[in-house]
Design a protein around this ligand. Structure first.
Ligand code: E4P
Length: 220
């Protein structure tokens, strides 16, 4: 199970790489805007952090692109910046056309904004490296997501697709565990989601109890 950080804050990514052994990074236009830096500047900075490793950085294209030729051209332009980049395309007919063309040039795609099993199936059929089902957005809309991810896992396994299921828009540790139990390959979540998920009030209470029993004068 791989953990990706969903962020374009370089200091968050550096911390998560160093302390949490994260396996990759995902970005989107919201994260880029929050970084306060121009798109190309920030993705170049992120690329430097993972240079020489197999860790991927999913870089989302201009969301106004709706033409497959533009998607291919932008994918080529961005992947020339770093071999770690995976091109993030919004789920669309144009993306389905662009994905195999990019794959033939050894450029991988993460299909984002996936909300149905059929969208994921089509992305797998045409050779996406990652499909990103947005569980947090569905749950915010009172939709059940465990069986949704289980369906994607079953589709992946039924046909032996190499596509990895990247559960996205994850809001809490329970959703991370649900994705792991369902058999997803990857989760991506924000910095504070991981921080909170790695903590537990019982752990803190237990530590305070054990500290009360510790007597350094009795160390040896
Ligand atoms: C995933 O790749 C997306 O960047 C992300 O999870 C989108 O959701 P959010 O911005 O609402 O967290």
């Amino acid at each position: 199970m791989k953990f990706f950080l969903d962020s374009a804050h370089v200091h968050e990514i550096a911390h998560a790489l160093d302390m949490w052994h994260i396996d990759g990074v995902t970005t989107n236009p919201r994260h880029v805007q929050a970084s306060g830096k121009p798109f190309l500047t920030v993705i170049r900075e992120i690329a430097q952090l993972v240079e020489g490793t197999p860790k991927t950085v999913s870089v989302e294209v201009n969301p106004y692109l709706n033409d497959w030729q533009e998607m291919v051209a932008e994918g080529e332009r961005l992947s020339a910046i770093s071999p770690n980049f995976v091109i993030k395309l919004h789920c669309s007919e144009a993306a389905f056309k662009a994905i195999p063309i990019l794959a033939s040039k050894d450029i991988n795609v993460n299909v984002t904004l996936i909300f149905s099993a059929v969208q994921a199936l089509q992305a797998m059929r045409v050779g996406a490296l990652y499909v990103s089902p947005f569980v947090g957005w569905k749950e915010a809309n009172a939709e059940e997501t465990i069986s949704f991810v289980e369906d994607l896992v079953a589709i992946r396994d039924n046909y032996g697709f190499d596509t990895e299921i990247l559960v996205a828009a994850v809001r809490n540790g329970r959703q991370i565990a649900d994705a792991a139990v369902a058999g997803a390959n990857i989760v991506t979540a924000g910095f504070s989601v991981y921080q909170e998920a790695f903590d537990h009030p019982y752990t803190r209470d237990g530590l305070a109890k054990f500290q009360g029993f510790w007597d350094q004068s009795q160390y040896e």
